[in-house]
Design a protein. Structure first.
Length: 226
């Protein structure tokens, strides 16, 4: 009996891992065509639909529908375009706009990081443009905590990319990269990564300066009142 329980546990863990792996592959395809998923190739679309069928089957057979729903909801939140308000949305769809915009911002950063790591510079710039749109929306909500979370996430993701690039240069992978990309492409990719990190620092500095000015004005008003 104990042996059977162990086998069931191992099988369940394997199923969980399988669901996560399929979800990650679906996420990779969404990032590949971000921000315009409508441009997906026929071949990738067939693969994409097949993955959806697989994850449904594995989840249903192993009692993992909740896990699947959570993983797929996160993918949808990150890679669906919420930069333009939709007409006739229900109350549920608009219940937490700030959270949806923040998740969409995370998705734009994820896709941008992936594009840069693959040397797809034009796509990386398009992803950054989309991220800037979401950042503007977050700033308009006047919730500094959301902006801080977004800036922190961006810094973390592109700092990771910089570290990965440095490690790559110390291994034989640099030979592979040099044979795959032109040297000018590598330099431009590094330049774009640096610019993105610099933009994040500048936005954070501007936000802190604005808050400082607001606090200073409040203090002056209080002194005048006394």
């Amino acid at each position: 009996m104990e042996h059977e329980n162990v086998d069931e546990t191992i099988a369940f863990q394997a199923a969980c891992q399988k669901v996560k792996q399929i979800a990650n592959t679906i996420k990779a395809i969404r990032m590949k065509y971000y921000p315009n998923f409508a441009k997906i190739s026929d071949e990738d679309k067939e693969t994409y639909n097949s993955l959806y069928a697989q994850i449904d089957k594995v989840a249903e057979e192993n009692g993992l529908t909740k896990l699947k729903a959570e993983l797929m909801a996160d993918i949808e939140d990150r890679f669906n375009d919420v930069s333009k308000p939709k007409e006739n949305d229900g109350q549920k769809e608009n219940s937490e706009p700030s959270e949806k915009i923040l998740k969409a911002y995370y998705g734009a950063i994820d896709a941008g990081k992936q594009a840069l790591s693959e040397g797809r510079l034009k796509r990386a710039l398009n992803c950054q443009k989309q991220a800037n749109t979401y950042m503007t929306q977050l700033e308009a909500l006047n919730q500094s905590g959301l902006v801080e979370m977004a800036v922190h996430y961006k810094r973390e993701m592109f700092a990771e990319l910089s570290v990965e690039q440095q490690k790559t240069q110390k291994t034989n992978w640099d030979k592979f990269l040099k044979s795959t990309y032109r040297e000018s492409d590598l330099q431009e990719r590094n330049h774009i990564t640096g610019e993105i990190l610099q933009q994040a620092k500048e936005r954070e500095g501007e936000r802190k300066e604005t808050e400082s000015n607001k606090n200073g004005n409040t203090t002056q008003e209080m002194l005048l009142e006394t």
